[in-house]
Design a protein around this ligand. Structure first.
Ligand SMILES: *Cc1c(COP(=O)(O)O)cnc(C)c1O
Length: 292
């Protein structure tokens, strides 16, 4: 991987790197630093769901995710902090050796229920298995990934963290697209928004004017990784001391770097990359693959 041609990279607290030769600035908004567990965009996406829960008369919160889901562990932690009873419906069979994510969610007292991949896939159309529906009848449901209008509304507040929003381009990773929609709704007029899909075969048309989605940086599909991406993440860390996760932000940073190299950004561009967190997921990688 060719990094953008740079004289030097300086890193400040916000994790700012400056490819000076190309007259492009790249800044990184470190949402990964917000909270060790409720990291990144999950904190924003949960905000209004938790508010709805508090306003209503619910027994608890139930949500959905895979074994390495950042959303599952973030929800478990947020509910634990607020003393809310919570459950996670997990995609796939329960494994003998649970993932680090699920062990942590259980430490935060989340009750885990495992359903088959098929049932998980069909949960929106044909509904959840009756037994689960009955058990959680009085619960507030947070959609997978913390989506919905509440999630979008929360994600729209990400820009409030910026002392000054003078960026020409904003770039973020896409899973469900909730954060992308929130940023699209709250960015300044004329600012370009770039979404990098972490999933293969993204086809939802959620991008309006001044926004676009790149679908070619998924590295084989959701949560897939190869040598190129791994090497890139280690090199990026060596240069910037910014750790990336391999599911979302690694692919995002790779895409931005690639687009800078290909002169996608005009001279004078000032890019803001949203580091949406997710570092806990790196625990699923073979030990020693990452230098951070
Ligand atoms: C969940 C997550 C995303 C995806 O956000 P969506 O709103 O689902 O598109 C991106 N980055 C990280 C690190 C995440 O954990």
């Amino acid at each position: 991987m060719q990094f953008p041609d740079v004289n030097n990279i300086t890193v400040d607290d916000a994790g700012k790197i400056l490819p000076e030769k190309k007259n492009i600035q790249l800044h990184v908004l470190r949402l990964d630093k917000i909270h060790p567990v409720i990291s990144g965009n999950k904190w924003f996406k949960l905000k209004y769901h938790l508010e709805n829960f508090q306003k209503g008369n619910f027994e608890g919160i139930v949500t959905f995710g895979g074994a390495w889901s950042n959303h599952i562990v973030a929800t478990a932690c947020a509910c634990y902090q607020q003393g809310i009873s919570c459950a996670g419906i997990i995609r796939g069979e329960k494994l003998l050796q649970p993932s680090a994510t699920l062990m942590e969610a259980e430490d935060f007292k989340m009750k885990l229920i495992f359903i088959s991949r098929n049932e998980f896939r069909n949960k929106n159309e044909s509904g959840l298995p009756d037994e689960i529906k009955k058990t959680f009848a009085g619960y507030y449901i947070i959609p997978e990934g913390g989506g919905g209008t509440e999630g979008e509304k929360g994600a729209a507040e990400i820009f409030q963290l910026l002392p000054e929003n003078n960026y020409t381009h904003i770039a973020c990773a896409i899973g469900t697209g909730t954060m992308f929609i929130g940023l699209q709704n709250s960015k300044l007029a004329g600012q370009k928004l770039l979404g990098i899909s972490a999933l293969k075969g993204w086809h939802e048309k959620i991008a309006k004017d001044d926004a676009m989605i790149f679908t070619e940086y998924h590295f084989g599909g959701y949560a897939r990784i190869d040598k190129t991406l791994l090497t890139f993440m280690n090199d990026f860390y060596k240069r910037t001391e910014i750790p990336l996760d391999f599911v979302y932000t690694g692919k995002l940073a790779f895409a931005i770097t690639d687009l800078i190299n290909k002169d996608f950004f005009p001279s004078g561009s000032n890019i803001l990359m949203i580091h949406s967190g997710g570092l806990q997921g790196n625990a699923s990688l073979e030990k020693g693959s990452l230098i951070f």
